[in-house]
Design a protein around this ligand. Structure first.
Ligand SMILES: *[C@@H]1O[C@H](CO)[C@@H](O)[C@H](O)[C@H]1NC(C)=O
Ligand SMILES: *[C@@H]1O[C@H](CO)[C@@H](O)[C@H](O)[C@H]1NC(C)=O
Ligand SMILES: *[C@@H]1O[C@H](CO)[C@@H](O)[C@H](O)[C@H]1NC(C)=O
Length: 310
């Protein structure tokens, strides 16, 4: 995480080399110095969840090796996840031993009795661990650890790790994506006008996309895994005129990348002044593609975005 903090400039550099791992607002520090557990309210399989922790946070699905971390993570999960029953931890259980994805030792277990071999979840109700079907799509807990925490201090004025910014550069309830230095949040059940308005009220804009990588994160944040013909997500593309290229982003950033579905934009139905993002569609060729679409239609959710604040 060192690189990340250093890149934001000299004023923070003083703090930076000794800061604990990046910890979002909903995160808690673990018993290992510089470690942070946090929840992601996205439904994913075990493998996809771990990839998400790795790609966007340089972490892994969480390992738990002490009773204290176990109870802290349970408390975190119970307060953070609104409707989840189980959440992924990063372990594979063979009936007696656990292999943790981050290589942590198998020194603590908290299974309900007679747990079958499988991928480990934390059950929020009972507070213990079990192994549901391997391909469940559920929320998850990431763990990031800071390898730089033990770097010796060159100067006595350097604050201790405790004074480092240990909160997210995003408001609570928003997902921070380090790669884009942006905060994202989904707002459910909107049309074009209310989605735009709800983002603005939250000091944000509808999300804008300028690269395949940004298109991918929009997909990762909005897909549920449940194919649904109406799984459209509103984001920030807005039509400004009659031409194919007459589009702008609601946040004012340059319109310099598109990922239209074949034959789009076609002004279908004659008033397609917004764009829908195909999050979960039955035709894989359409996945993560865009289509111009009437603003007054119902969208499953709007994706809001705001720059991270440091
Ligand atoms: C995850 O799935 C649960 C149960 O199907 C659902 O209630 C919840 O809204 C989903 N969460 C997200 C972020 O899609
Ligand atoms: C589009 O513009 C943004 C903002 O200036 C920039 O970060 C991005 O790299 C550009 N993308 C392309 C594909 O040129
Ligand atoms: C969309 O189609 C309608 C109806 O044909 C037309 O009046 C309008 O100018 C078109 N808009 C664009 C941007 O092509």
């Amino acid at each position: 995480m060192l690189r990340f903090w250093v890149s934001i400039g000299f004023s923070l550099l003083i703090h930076t080399e000794f800061c604990s791992a990046f910890c979002p607002k909903n995160g808690i520090s673990g018993s290992t110095a510089g470690s942070c557990f946090f929840g992601l309210e996205l439904n994913k399989t075990f493998d996809d969840a771990n990839n998400f922790c790795a790609t966007y946070f340089n972490g892994k699905l969480a390992s738990i090796t002490t009773p204290l971390d176990d109870s802290k993570v349970l408390e975190l999960a119970r307060s953070f996840f609104k409707s989840a029953e189980n959440v992924w931890l990063g372990g594979t259980y063979d009936g007696s031993k656990i292999e943790w994805l981050d290589g942590s030792p198998d020194v603590y277990q908290n299974f309900v009795s007679e747990t079958a071999p499988g991928k480990v979840v934390l059950n929020l109700k009972g507070g213990q661990w079990s192994t549901p079907t391997w391909n469940s799509m559920i929320p998850f807990i990431c763990l990031v650890k800071d390898n730089d925490i033990s770097t010796p201090s060159p100067s006595p004025t350097v604050p201790s790790p405790n004074t480092c910014p240990n909160s997210s550069p995003c408001p609570s309830g928003w997902t921070y994506i380090e790669t884009f230095k942006s905060c994202y949040k989904l707002i459910y059940t909107v049309n074009g006008a209310s989605g735009d308005e709800n983002c603005r009220v939250a000091n944000a804009n509808l999300a804008s996309i300028h690269s395949p990588e940004e298109n991918k994160i929009v997909y990762e944040l909005t897909k549920t895994g449940v194919n649904d013909l109406q799984a459209w997500i509103l984001f920030g593309g807005q039509r400004t005129g009659l031409g194919v290229d007459d589009w702008k982003w609601s946040d004012g950033s340059p319109w310099n990348y598109t990922n239209w579905a074949p034959g789009e934009p076609n002004n279908y139905s004659g008033n397609s002044y917004c764009v829908r993002f195909y999050a979960d569609v039955t035709n894989p060729a359409m996945t993560a593609k865009w289509d111009d679409w009437p603003c007054d239609m119902a969208y499953r959710a709007a994706l809001c975005q705001q720059p991270a604040k440091f």
